[in-house]
Write a protein that binds this ligand. Structure first.
Ligand SMILES: Nc1ncnc2c1ncn2[C@@H]1O[C@H](COP(=O)(O)OP(=O)(O)OP(=O)(O)O)[C@@H](O)[C@H]1O
Ligand SMILES: [Mg+2]
Length: 469
């Protein structure tokens, strides 16, 4: 995130110019003129020294005589460019013949001067060159800033709420504070937790994720705190817990709202005292861990209902980070869709150039109850199904592509006087549509299911039922 390379430092200081000439009077003249202009000037009387200087110190501008024994000015320029491809070079030639000057320009010199030259001409060329370099660097920085504002450690977004989240993450990451990440399922809570870890000072230490909702109480306890041999039936040997594995790193307690009252007590203890005990052990072990918890539940509500300890809630909720549902950050949808398109296009080796405007509009109109995870799945599926160079609405699931109206009431017949077998009639219609869809989709069941607005699973059921295939 932080741009710390030399290019940035150099723009904020005085421009540094390296003058290379084997002729002493020339070096001195240039040094006097340029220093008077306020530049920092380095001098070299041969090409070899110039190159070794360039290797040690960043330079904004190179002014070099072309004709020098051993290493020529063009060689120096070439070496300079290989060190910093944006370096600007002004070449000096003493001869009326412009041959080598032309060569220098071809090599990427910014300009050249012919001896004898006018001091004002020199000043002007130098000023222009440095201005140009400055501009170029600003562009680079701007591009970088743009990139980083759309993405932070793999989290894509440019909507206002997401920019606020990026900023918050960058601010809180380097602290050791406990963080509570809230948000609906699929909003990127785990991704945010990882981003916090990787922007923290603990980034080289482990990031350990524990899903507190997935394990029964006792298993979770031994997962977290480890156990000693014989602590319970089946504990054949000592086992390290995840709290120990995460030592000096970050532990991510996912679905913290699902923990039992007993686990809540134990977690509170770790958070308060930074100590824990292995199952079956008596020894207190110190834990140097940073805790990030996440939940898609309303913990305050759980506290009010007496299902979550209030003291634990306050211990965890030190810095809350909320990830808004995708429907509240519509501007991010095209960006995210492109991001996932790039990911799956690469994975599946497909040449899909983009998402059609129509398809993007459908994506933006949809409500995304499953949030970003659902969007990712939809794009993955679309990439798999797509045969055209862009993703079309037809490759989106029916409920997103929009309702295609059911065929006009053709199928509805007036009820005959004597009545009829409705079930058989419906089945006939059903079978007919299933068969048609299958044919239209060239036997690809996922696609056929889509044509009828049903899940692949239901479609497969009908295929079996009617013995089609
Ligand atoms: N802003 C984002 N940019 C890019 N990818 C994202 C973003 N948010 C989420 N994802 C991706 O979406 C998927 C779901 O994200 P994640 O697992 O972090 O969500 P979650 O909030 O933890 O969900 P759950 O509550 O269901 O566990 C992941 O594959 C993740 O990489
Ligand atoms: Mg998660």
């Amino acid at each position: 995130m932080t741009v710390t390379d030399q290019t940035l430092h150099r723009t904020s200081t005085v421009s540094r110019i390296l003058v290379v000439d084997d002729e002493r009077s020339m070096r001195e003249l240039l040094a006097i003129v340029l220093r008077r202009e306020g530049y920092e000037v380095l001098l070299a009387d041969n090409g070899r020294d110039a190159i070794s200087l360039l290797e040690r110190q960043p330079v904004d501008l190179l002014i070099s005589d072309i004709r020098m024994p051993d290493v020529s000015g063009v060689d120096v320029l070439q070496a300079a460019k290989s060190i910093d491809q944006d370096i600007l070079g002004i070449m000096i030639t003493a001869f009326a013949s412009t041959d080598s000057a032309v060569e220098a320009l071809r090599m990427g010199a910014y300009d050249y001067l012919t001896k004898p030259f006018d001091v004002d001409e020199l000043k002007l060329i130098v000023r222009n060159a440095l201005e140009r370099r400055q501009l170029r660097q600003e562009n680079v920085l701007l591009k970088r800033a743009l990139q980083s504002s759309h993405q932070l450690a793999g989290i894509v977004g440019r909507s206002e709420p997401m920019l606020a989240v990026f900023k918050l993450i960058e601010t809180i990451a380097p602290t050791n504070s406990t963080i509570l990440i809230t948000g609906d399922s699929g909003t990127g809570k785990e991704l945010a937790a990882r981003a916090i870890h990787f922007h923290s000072l603990r980034r080289d230490q482990p990031f350990v994720a524990v899903n507190c909702g997935a394990l029964p109480e006792t298993l979770l306890e031994s997962e977290l705190f480890g156990h000693l041999r014989g602590a319970f039936t089946g504990a054949a040997s000592n086992k390290k817990g995840l709290v120990e594995v995460a030592e000096r790193g970050t532990i991510f307690l996912d679905e913290i709202g699902e923990t039992s009252p007993m686990m809540q007590v134990k977690l509170l203890r770790v958070l308060q005292e930074r100590r824990f005990r292995r199952l079956g052990g008596t020894e207190e072990i110190e834990a140097d861990i940073r805790v990030i918890a996440a939940t898609n539940q309303d913990l305050a509500r759980l506290v009010a209902d007496g299902r979550f300890r209030e003291d634990l809630f306050y211990r965890i909720n030190v810095i809350p980070v909320h990830l808004p549902p995708l429907r509240e950050r519509q501007e991010d949808i095209p960006l995210l869709a492109d991001h996932f398109l790039a990911k799956y296009r690469e994975q599946m080796g497909k040449a899909i150039s983009g998402i059609s405007g129509d398809a993007v509009a459908r994506l933006q109109a949809y409500g995304w109850p499953g949030n970003i995870r659902e969007l990712e799945n939809v794009i993955e599926r679309a990439v798999a199904l797509e045969h055209s160079p862009t993703i079309l609405p037809e490759s989106l699931p029916l409920h997103i592509a929009g309702d295609r109206a059911a065929p006009a009431a053709a199928a509805i017949v007036d009820l005959p006087e004597e009545g009829f077998d409705l079930e058989r009639h419906v089945q006939q219609i059903e079978r007919d549509y299933i068969a048609q869809a299958l044919q239209r989709a060239g036997g690809v069941q996922v696609k056929a299911a889509d044509l009828l607005g049903m899940s692949f699973r239901s479609f497969r059921y009908y295929v079996k039922k009617y013995n089609l295939r």
